[in-house]
Write a protein that binds this ligand. Structure first.
Ligand code: GLN
Length: 412
């Protein structure tokens, strides 16, 4: 069916019979939120209609549907990537409640401001079609911490190319803690997903992008934050100043890492190591919520195109590189075990966030501040591992010869 035909069908079955609102409710049941930017013009129509009780003619409806014709087509053909969204979200809800009583683990205490954060628990999902679901504490703000690493790496690759970035940083898992004082056999950080590699990435963004016409740190900070916001469908990103100050005050290990890397000539020429370190702390203190961050994760799942705005944020190659490194190195010294159990790219941060990407399907963000001994959210890891016991989404699952778990795509 052409998208024009879909719009006609929707008009016939909803609008002509008097109910734009019913259309909004039905599309909502399939996971498309009322505040989805693609639906903004139709949502306006609902409001106008409520106020003035005027009849909506076809031309008006078609005009307002044009910017979201792809969405309209998928809706009318029931072609969303998760066809039975209600059933899927019921499964997620069950997992949420099953995992909630698990209060093991401890908040990261080495950043004092993180130590006192309450025992939040939330899960947010955004599919590559922009179907969204939230349960629990998904609107609460948290500092993204190490979850800035894949984004910074992606931004560095977009500006400088992955080849240039990897002249300074490797691609191997370190098998060690995230802040370990260790470099690889080339005297370079093992990968961009641990502190050494992320400090080096921050220095590349700060020092190399724009060459000698280097923008101020304030401009560079805005630049990175804007990229994040675009990847998150233009939703809210802030800055948590007390977390930033708290981290900076006790950052002996990261300062030590900075000097260690400087001694080993890890940084590009003209790097101001202390400023780069400061820039890294700032990027770790960018604040968002699970709801918004799940949109960022879905942008990575969607080959770099934000599902809510259809804007191309990262190239397909950048996305592939980010996801490869998240897969092999995203969870520090639990990465091997996680890849064995789950097989999907994920990234954690010491604030208790875990971003899981199911390529071509969805981004999922779990938020729960209590961490295990590796620095990963206990509930977040449990969720990912239990999800895999429910759905056959490990890349090496074989759907033809298994009856044990369901296919997420055919959950009718
Ligand atoms: N800002 C934290 C640090 O540099 C990030 C670490 C993390 O989230 N694992 O130590």
């Amino acid at each position: 069916m052409s998208s024009e035909k879909s719009i006609q069908e929707i008009y016939k079955s909803y609008v002509a019979t008097g109910s734009v609102k019913k259309f909004m409710n039905d599309i909502k049941a399939q996971g498309i939120q009322e505040n989805d930017p693609r639906l903004s013009q139709i949502a306006e129509l609902t409001k106008e209609r409520e106020q003035k009780e005027k009849k909506v003619d076809y031309e008006n409806f078609a005009r307002r549907s044009t910017p979201c014709c792809g969405l309209m087509k998928k809706f009318s053909e029931r072609q969303f990537v998760i066809p039975n969204f209600e059933k899927f979200t019921k499964t997620i809800e069950d997992l949420y409640w099953r995992i909630k009583p698990n209060t093991t683990g401890k908040n990261a205490a080495y950043i004092p401001q993180l130590a006192s954060i309450p025992d939040y628990w939330g899960i947010s999902i955004c599919t590559v079609d922009g179907q969204r679901f939230q349960i629990g504490d998904t609107g609460n703000g948290f500092s993204i911490q190490s979850c800035c690493k894949p984004l910074n790496y992606a931004i560095a690759c977009e500006y400088l190319t992955s080849d240039v970035v990897h002249k300074f940083i490797g691609q191997e898992p370190s098998g060690r803690m995230f802040n370990e004082m260790v470099l690889d056999h080339n005297n370079q950080p093992h990968n961009p997903m641990i502190n050494s590699g992320a400090i080096a990435t921050a220095s590349l963004i700060y020092t190399l992008i724009d060459g000698d016409q280097r923008r101020s740190m304030a401009d560079k900070f805005d630049m990175v934050k804007t990229w994040m916001e675009r990847a998150g469908g233009n939703e809210r990103f802030g800055f948590n100043n007390s977390i930033y100050l708290s981290e900076k005050e006790v950052a002996d290990r990261n300062f030590a890492l900075g000097y260690f890397m400087k001694e080993n000539k890890v940084f590009p020429e003209k790097t101001n190591m202390l400023e780069s370190l400061d820039f890294y702390f700032q990027l770790c203190s960018i604040e968002t919520s699970a709801e918004t961050f799940s949109v960022v994760a879905s942008t990575f799942a969607n080959g770099g195109v934000c599902p809510l705005t259809d804007e191309k944020i990262f190239s397909v190659d950048t996305c592939r590189d980010v996801l490869s490194l998240m897969h092999s190195c995203g969870l520090y010294d639990y990465s091997g075990q996680f890849s064995f159990n789950v097989g999907l790219p994920a990234k954690s941060g010491v604030s208790g966030v875990i971003m899981l990407v199911i390529p071509n399907l969805a981004g999922i963000v779990c938020y729960s501040p209590k961490l295990d001994q590796h620095g990963n959210s206990v509930r977040g890891i449990q969720f990912c591992e239990e999800l895999l016991k429910t759905y056959a989404i490990h890349p090496y699952d074989n759907l033809r010869h298994t009856l044990a778990r369901r296919s997420i795509y055919e959950d009718k």
